[in-house]
Design a protein around this ligand. Structure first.
Ligand SMILES: Cc1cc2nc3c(=O)[nH]c(=O)nc-3n(C[C@H](O)[C@H](O)[C@H](O)COP(=O)(O)O)c2cc1C
Length: 216
């Protein structure tokens, strides 16, 4: 039986089959932290679940049972700022001293997490129990190719360091090539200088990171 909160999650597009890319907002010590995560629905035990990899800051937060929000965000700049840890303080609306959501989110979900369960080498499964779903934006948005291309480039970027450690530098160079394809997509999709600067920035940061890894 699907309860109300879960019908809303289904309406929002969450699925048992497809990862939904959201942003977890947590408070680590005195600082707000935003971590993009891919989550799926588990309709049987009525949770959203996700995998967190060793090295992610959010893992230490999840090692205690905590309340946090998962945010549905359709702005590439927010994903960019989260990955590069540019100041998010002003982007966060505080609900309490330790609970907040992203100001420009279309919706947010208040969750309580299970303790992370190790399911592989450096890979942890976390269940999120949904407390509340809050919809902030009701107007539809037209689809464009900039957001998915930039989000895809960010996913590749976040894999560079761990892949270099596990599979070697060749795999990092393959990721750089994939980011270059994302750059082509953004340049085809838009002449907007903010979008082009964002993808140029990710590409340049990827090159810098690979150079740093090459130096050892
Ligand atoms: C769209 C997107 C989805 C991501 N999904 C996950 C994920 O499901 N699990 C994970 O551990 N890292 C994921 N990452 C990488 C983390 O977000 C990234 O390593 C981030 O820096 C972790 O944040 P934190 O260290 O502040 O917790 C994703 C990145 C992006 C851009």
């Amino acid at each position: 039986m699907i309860n109300d909160k879960f019908s809303v999650l289904l309406e929002l597009g969450f699925s048992e089959n497809t990862f939904s890319e959201v942003i977890a907002v947590t408070k680590l010590g005195s600082k707000w932290n935003c971590s993009p995560l891919g989550v799926k629905l588990n309709l049987k035990n009525r949770t959203l679940y996700f995998y967190v990899y060793e090295g992610a800051k959010i893992l230490s937060f999840l090692k205690k049972q905590n309340i946090f929000t998962l945010n549905i965000v359709n702005e590439y700049s927010v994903f960019l700022n989260c990955v590069f840890k540019r100041s998010m303080e002003k982007e966060i609306c505080k609900l309490t001293n330790t609970l907040g959501y992203i100001r420009v989110a279309d919706a947010y979900i208040v969750c309580e997490n299970s303790l992370p369960k190790q399911v592989g080498e450096g890979k942890y499964l976390v269940n999120a129990f949904v407390k509340e779903v809050v919809i902030l934006r009701s107007k539809p948005r037209v689809f464009n190719r900039v957001l998915p291309a930039i989000v895809e480039a960010l996913v590749h970027y976040t894999k560079i360091r761990p892949y270099a450690e596990i599979y070697g530098l060749t795999s990092s160079l393959e990721l750089l090539e994939k980011i270059r394809h994302c750059k082509d997509t953004v340049y085809h999709a838009s002449v907007d200088s903010k979008a082009r600067n964002a993808i140029d920035f990710i590409y340049e940061e990827a090159v810098k990171l690979i150079d740093e890894l090459k130096r050892g």
